[in-house]
Write a protein that binds this ligand. Structure first.
Ligand code: SF4
Length: 450
């Protein structure tokens, strides 16, 4: 893939973890509509739950998450009381005690919770829902705040997957992002996870960080792989100081330029795939060939949700916590991001919805097309359109808009089958954007595709 093509097509398009994407959510969708949507869910459908723990002990300057910094536990305790209150409110609106096949704790830092509070939270979920015995329970972990007691609590709660935030092992990079995490701390957390038999371990790495060098990144990859994680996520640092003010603490001149960033991404992929034998999934995920995600990729049943690529097939994602985003067959709902308002709403017995969007049949069709492109790097418009009683020929304008990408060897089109070439993989978001009906309306600023 040529760097000039990356620059040519760097349209700053969305990551498509949803469609329509979050900037199109609006306040017309609120608590009452969400209540109706919940009560009309098919009682037999299976749920996926997401819990957002919106606190961290310290701000990492690269952070793009929704989080708040605290050194005290009292605000976290009050917050978790609200989260449990929200769990009760949602469960009461559902048609029945519904089945759950997947639970994900994200943040923020779930590891900021007292171990007992973590167990209590999972217990409450088990009381309000039928959590399947083989449900995946995944937790994002910050090794800096993880303790042995916490890992024991994970085991007691039935956690099956832990994703460790690593980013980069280079102390100079860690200092520049205000995240001092000596290698030994990560190693100790992995050792506890192995000791207490948490079966699956993932690691999150980032390229494009301040003062990050190519050699440093490759060294980080080698050290991370030595822990034998089943999956590795390799995200590009998104420098968006106009949205995340703390990122202004990262001097722009310390960031790798576009060419260096590009080289980092290419070499890192090569190192993971050719040298270490991982399977690349989409743009930024890597999995061992025997991992469920690699198998799902081969069998074309990989999906995409707000956590990125997933093997989760639940049709309903219910989110809890400030800023959590849920996905229901009827549409998307986003919780209030401001913790105070979130807690107040729950205390008053209201579902804490701030905005959302009802989705049309056309949205569902376009979402399926974009999702298949993002997951399989290929889509047959005739097949997908037929599932919606539509025709692939209706998308001829969108196909025509891909002509420059065809000329540049990034995409091939055969009839109504679009295939993203290996050269075009990094620009798959831009291919998906051709089917995004909303993108043309209104200005948006997204992070770089690579
Ligand atoms: S620990 Fe994670 S969520 Fe918290 S500030 Fe750092 S990157 Fe952001």
């Amino acid at each position: 893939m040529r760097l000039d093509l990356t620059e040519k097509y760097d349209l700053r398009v969305p990551r498509y973890t949803s469609y329509p994407t979050a900037p199109h959510f609006h306040p017309g969708v609120g608590s009452e509509l969400y209540e109706t949507w919940l009560s009309h869910l098919d009682a037999d459908s299976e749920l996926s739950l997401y819990l957002h723990i919106a606190y961290c002990a310290e701000m990492c300057w690269f952070c793009g998450c929704h989080t708040k910094i605290t050194k005290r536990y009292a605000p976290i305790e009050a917050y978790m009381q609200a989260v449990l209150g929200e769990v009760d409110l949602v469960a009461a609106k559902l048609p029945t005690k519904m089945t759950v096949r997947h639970i994900h704790f994200g943040g923020g830092s779930p590891t900021i919770l007292e171990p007992e509070d973590f167990v209590k939270t999972v217990d409450r979920l088990r009381q309000r829902f039928n959590v399947k015995p083989d449900a995946e329970i995944a937790v994002e972990m910050d090794p800096r705040t993880a303790t042995e007691e916490y890992v024991i609590a994970l085991k007691r709660a039935g956690v099956t997957r832990a994703s460790l935030g690593v980013q980069d092992f280079d102390p100079k990079v860690q200092e520049a992002i205000n995240r001092i995490q000596p290698y030994e701390i990560t190693a100790q957390t992995v050792a506890w996870l192995r000791q207490y038999e948490i079966p699956e371990i993932n690691m999150d790495l980032i390229y494009g960080l301040p003062y990050q060098t190519l050699d440093g990144l490759l060294n980080t990859i080698d050290r991370a792989v030595a822990f034998e994680p089943k999956r590795i996520a390799l995200f590009g640092y998104a420098h968006v100081p106009w949205m995340k003010k703390h990122q202004r603490l990262i001097p722009p001149e310390s960031l790798p330029d576009t060419a260096a960033r590009w080289e980092q991404y290419q070499q890192a992929c090569d190192q993971l795939v050719r040298h270490h034998g991982y399977v690349q999934i989409g743009l930024d995920h890597f999995a061992r060939p025997d991992d469920e995600m690699s198998i799902a990729l081969t069998e074309k049943r990989l999906n995409r949700n707000f956590q990125g690529y997933t093997t989760d097939v639940a049709t309903v994602l219910v989110a809890f916590g400030a800023s959590g985003i849920g996905s229901l067959p009827q549409g998307y709902v986003a919780n209030m991001g401001e913790i105070h308002f979130y807690q107040q709403a729950v205390a008053e017995g209201r579902l804490p919805i701030q905005r959302g969007i009802a989705i049309s049949e056309d949205d569902r069709l376009r979402r399926r097309i974009i999702e298949r492109l993002m997951c399989d790097l290929e889509v047959d418009l005739d097949v997908i359109a037929a599932q919606f009683n539509r025709s692939g020929a209706e998308f001829d304008d969108e196909l025509a808009s891909l002509t420059p990408m065809i000329d540049d060897g990034l995409v091939t089109i055969d009839g109504h089958v679009i295939t993203v070439t290996p050269e075009g993989r990094t620009l798959v978001r831009a291919v998906g954007a051709a089917f995004d009906k909303y993108l043309k309306h209104g200005e948006q600023r997204h992070s770089k595709a690579v």
